[in-house]
Write a protein that binds this ligand. Structure first.
Ligand code: ADP
Length: 161
């Protein structure tokens, strides 16, 4: 059983994240999408909202589970008995941070491999922060996020307006 953990803030989950999840699910027997409970950057969506939006976005992926963690990623990955961490790469701008994180994690846990999946060209420009900005300014985010997330954002907009 080859298990992988895909960690992130998912604030909110985007179509780019979902594409990485679906592709990782074809590579591994089981993929755990792990929401960082208290990310360094303070999230727009609460922990519960981020979890709920993810869960609503992956019902079609049989071997994908949504979970959460706090503290050291490598400890969580070990606890799950997973062999790999999955991360997505969009542009060169992602590389520095991802490179540092992968090597730091390898130093702490040499048995865990970090696997990078290159973004699909359709989502190469897409980030949660852009989705937050567009939604915050009343723009249409359909297509940029899974449908359940678009519905949550539309409901939020209605409540505000
Ligand atoms: P973090 O705060 O850990 O960077 P994110 O939720 O922003 O969490 O991203 C989680 C992972 O998904 C990161 O590896 C990030 O590079 C990747 N990712 C984000 N957006 C995309 C996208 N559009 N295409 C592919 N990978 C992406």
């Amino acid at each position: 059983m080859r298990k992988a953990v895909y960690p992130g803030s998912f604030d909110p989950v985007t179509s780019g994240h979902l594409d990485v999840i679906e592709r990782a699910a074809r590579l591994f027997d089981r993929v755990i999408v792990a929401v960082i409970r208290n990310p360094e950057k303070s999230p727009l969506f609460s922990f519960q909202e981020r979890m709920d939006m993810l869960k609503a976005s992956v019902p079609h992926c049989d071997n994908v589970a949504v979970d959460s963690f706090d503290g050291l990623l490598v400890e969580y990955v070990r606890g799950q008995k997973a062999c790999a961490v999955v991360r997505g790469l969009r542009a060169v701008s992602d590389f520095d941070y991802e490179f540092q994180m992968a090597l730091t994690n390898r130093r702490m846990a040499p048995e865990i491999e970090t696997v990078f999946l290159m973004t699909d060209y359709r989502y190469s420009y897409l980030s949660s922060s852009f989705v937050r900005q567009i939604a915050g300014l009343g723009g249409d985010v359909s297509g940029l996020v899974p449908d359940p997330v678009a519905r949550v954002l539309a409901a939020k907009k209605q409540r505000k307006g």
